[in-house]
Design a protein around this ligand. Structure first.
Ligand SMILES: CCCCC/C=C\C/C=C\C/C=C\CC/C=C/C(=O)SCCNC(=O)CCNC(=O)[C@H](O)C(C)(C)COP(=O)(O)OP(=O)(O)OC[C@H]1O[C@@H](n2cnc3c(N)ncnc32)[C@H](O)[C@@H]1OP(=O)(O)O
Ligand SMILES: Cc1cc2nc3c(=O)[nH]c(=O)nc-3n(C[C@H](O)[C@H](O)[C@H](O)COP(=O)(O)OP(=O)(O)OC[C@H]3O[C@@H](n4cnc5c(N)ncnc54)[C@H](O)[C@@H]3O)c2cc1C
Length: 661
């Protein structure tokens, strides 16, 4: 699509784009993280969208379960080959965002890239990396991360798969003792992978040392047949990500060499002696790494959905605002703006938080190399909180965008249903959100109780700021609003801690008191993480060196985000005195003003996300706004339209209609 050729474009969209009052390319660079990154992303995307191998013969929704898998495997393999062939040597992990949309409904290599390789990097010692890293990066072996079992996903300590060390032959015996110990869910495990990292309870010298990672060959490298002692299969259709061949796995006393235990952090020596790690949760590192990645991935899903909903809202006309006048664009309804524009604001919130989190991750990783684990709990808490809020915000945001498209948003060809199912699973995988938020709450209560002790953990340092509990600001600057979030979080933590203490003082065991307070604890964790997101948003926009136009747009989006979230949880702000009922009413009014200010820029802002039509894959969201023709053309692809009268008519309908004669 030639974006300079207005003649092919829907007139509403032309008018919207003429209202733009900022430099779109500059905003695109901010979204990508710099000019160089924009150029790189575009180069990769150009490479992919011009390649006919990535086209589907028929829309995926008309394919069988088997064909979907095989079609996405074909494209995934081609993608790997293509990226490997490029002279510039693309780093698939760095460039993962550029690939969004090219593979649909998950892909069979997803967990190989996002967990198996990172597990080798983070959990294997240098000899082990020598043996497996190169091979997995070259895709000579394909792996997954097999942790969850039928009986346990959340409670990792409850896993039942055993790895028992036999010093006489220096081997581990992997065994699945019960049906509930069956590995269940790992992506790519069903039919694609020939290796995996298995999390199993380590037994040596008669003692259990808890879950540890082991690398296990599952299939013969020549025939791809599963090895003796190993039962493998696929678990069947799911709400989304149906190309991922999520699988099951059982071991029947399957032996692997001692050196297949990933030994970067803890070891089992030849005689069976266990050497413990620097920190007992280092074996959970792969999950933490991916949680960080999920925040960025959620912002991309939301970019897709909100691009579709915003463009469609500009093209779609319905009903009337002024009686008797032409039907307005639905984007002119304030209620429609309230659905769509806060989701645009949310995209930037997630982008800036993801960047901040990834910087913290790099510094914690660097410290870990020097044997310093002090900031691991801080990273665990931040990555858990941000993974939880980004996945729930993005899922809700995508769903709101789908609802904003009315009936057409329900159609597969809008690409909104698949965007939704692909996003909502992030609420569950890599740590179910409630459970992760309770981990954040645990960290908050612990930090609150150790006020005065220097921990170096900056995200919770505000808990020591007791003076702010009393000070309600009368100013409404963005900074002041961020302070209100801080006050609300601090006050919820103080309330939860006091409630816990009271129950304990009344004689309850701490763990019962914890469960009894867990709804409030969840709120603490959400408020704390929301404060973190708001603070990063405000700081990033405030310190941004950008043209006036771009800065104004981002300031308005940031302010909208702050006010939107205050209005959603206004009770917490009122309860702690951070804001008065009058303040809330004023802010609600300002939110409507902001919607009106941002309304004329909405199409241009989503244009700045710069998602090519070929990747957006949506009849409703295409650049030229030629929505109705595309909807009609897509409908014609339904296999039911191959004939005027379907076979089923003769088989079932005709006999029914004639039965009464
Ligand atoms: C490199 C590039 C990557 C790019 C990726 C990009 C995008 C990603 C996009 C998509 C993702 C792709 C695929 C996804 C496929 C999905 C895979 C999976 O789902 S894998 C399985 C995931 N499973 C889980 O996440 C399980 C969740 N459960 C847990 O993590 C633990 O059970 C839990 C809840 C933390 C509790 O653990 P437990 O051992 O029982 O803890 P305790 O109660 O004993 O102790 C709690 C203390 O431990 C600290 N802790 C816990 N975890 C960590 C950690 N990771 N690091 C540091 N510390 C940790 C915790 O703070 C407590 O400390 P205190 O005792 O309070 O001091
Ligand atoms: C699409 C998808 C892909 C996946 N890919 C993989 C993979 O590649 N590898 C892998 O190993 N696993 C994978 N998983 C599994 C996933 O990690 C688990 O499903 C997830 O960790 C949740 O665990 P669970 O299913 O045991 O849920 P449960 O823990 O049984 O959750 C059920 C309910 O119980 C609640 N609950 C549980 N514990 C607590 C608690 N302590 N406090 C309060 N409430 C609690 C939860 O909040 C939830 O409401 C995948 C899952 C999905 C959906």
């Amino acid at each position: 699509m030639d974006k300079n050729n207005e003649r092919e474009c829907n007139e509403d969209l032309i008018r919207e784009r003429r209202k733009c009052n900022f430099n779109i390319e500059e905003l695109t660079n901010i979204v990508d993280g710099g000019k160089a990154r924009t150029a790189r992303r575009r180069e990769i995307q150009r490479l992919l969208i011009n390649d006919p191998e990535f086209l589907d013969e028929i829309p995926q929704d008309y394919m069988s379960h088997e064909d979907r898998y095989s079609n996405e495997l074909r494209k995934s393999a081609h993608l790997m080959q293509k990226l490997a062939d490029q002279e510039s040597g693309h780093d698939i992990h760095q460039d993962i965002g550029a690939l969004t949309g090219i593979l649909k409904d998950g892909n069979p290599l997803m967990v190989h890239l996002s967990m198996f390789i990172p597990a080798i990097l983070g959990q294997a010692n240098s000899e082990q990396q020598e043996k497996w890293l190169g091979r997995s990066l070259r895709n000579e072996i394909i792996g997954t991360y097999a942790q969850t079992e039928l009986g346990h996903g959340t409670f990792v300590r409850g896993l039942e798969t055993r790895a028992t060390y036999d010093p006489t032959v220096e081997e581990f015996v992997l065994h699945t003792p019960t049906i509930t110990a069956t590995k269940w869910w790992p992506g790519g495990l069903g039919k694609t992978c020939n290796y995996c990292v298995v999390m199993a309870q380590l037994y040596t010298q008669g003692r259990c040392y808890g879950p540890h990672p082991f690398i296990v060959q599952l299939r013969d490298e020549e025939t791809h047949r599963s090895l003796p002692g190993i039962t493998l299969g696929e678990i069947g259709p799911r709400l989304g990500l149906n190309s991922n061949d999520n699988g099951f796995l059982k071991f029947e006393n399957h032996r692997i060499p001692r050196t297949n235990m990933l030994m970067k952090h803890s070891q089992v020596l030849k005689d069976g002696t266990y050497v413990k790690p620097l920190h007992n949760k280092l074996s959970y590192g792969t999950m933490m790494l991916v949680r960080v990645g999920i925040v960025g991935a959620c912002s991309r899903s939301l970019q897709y959905a909100v691009t579709i909903a915003t463009r469609y809202s500009a093209v779609r006309h319905q009903s009337e605002i002024v009686p008797g006048q032409p039907e307005p664009q639905i984007l002119d309804y304030q209620t429609q703006q309230y659905k769509v524009i806060p989701q645009i604001a949310s995209v930037f919130a997630l982008i800036f938080s993801a960047r901040s989190l990834s910087k913290i991750q790099s510094s914690v990783t660097a410290k870990l190399k020097d044997g310093n684990t002090d900031l691991l709990p801080e990273l665990h808490s931040l990555s858990s909180g941000l993974k939880a809020l980004s996945s729930s915000d993005a899922s809700w945001g995508v769903e709101v965008c789908r609802l904003a498209c009315g009936g057409h948003g329900y159609l597969a060809s809008s690409n909104l249903p698949r965007t939704y199912t692909g996003t909502t699973c992030a609420i569950t995988y890599e740590g179910e959100n409630t459970v992760l938020l309770l981990q954040v709450a645990r960290y908050l209560i612990k930090s609150y109780r150790s006020i005065g002790k220097e921990t170096g953990a900056s995200s919770v340092s505000y808990l020591a700021d007791q003076t702010s509990l009393a000070s309600s600001s009368s100013s409404f600057s963005n900074k002041a609003l961020v302070q209100a979030f801080k006050l609300s979080a601090l006050s919820l933590v103080a309330e939860a801690e006091a409630r816990l203490q009271k129950l304990c003082d009344m004689g309850q065991e701490f763990y019962h008191a914890w469960n009894y307070c867990s709804v409030l604890l969840l709120k603490c964790a959400e408020a704390h993480t929301r404060y973190y997101i708001c603070e990063k948003y405000e700081q990033t926009v405030d310190s941004l060196k950008a043209s006036e136009g771009v800065k104004n747009v981002l300031q308005s989006l940031c302010r909208l985000y702050l006010i939107y979230h205050i209005t959603l949880t206004h009770g917490d702000f009122l309860k702690c005195g951070a804001l008065t009922p009058r303040n809330i009413a004023v802010l609600e009014g300002e939110m409507c003003d902001l919607l009106a200010v941002l309304r004329p820029q909405a199409v241009s802002i989503v244009d700045a996300f710069d998602i090519p039509d070929e990747l957006l894959g949506s009849t409703l969201g295409c650049w030229d706004g030629n929505v109705y023709q595309r909807l009609y053309d897509e409908a014609l692809k339904s296999p039911l339209n191959k004939t005027d009268v379907p076979d089923a008519y003769y088989k079932y309908l005709l006999p029914l209609m004639k039965s009464s004669l």
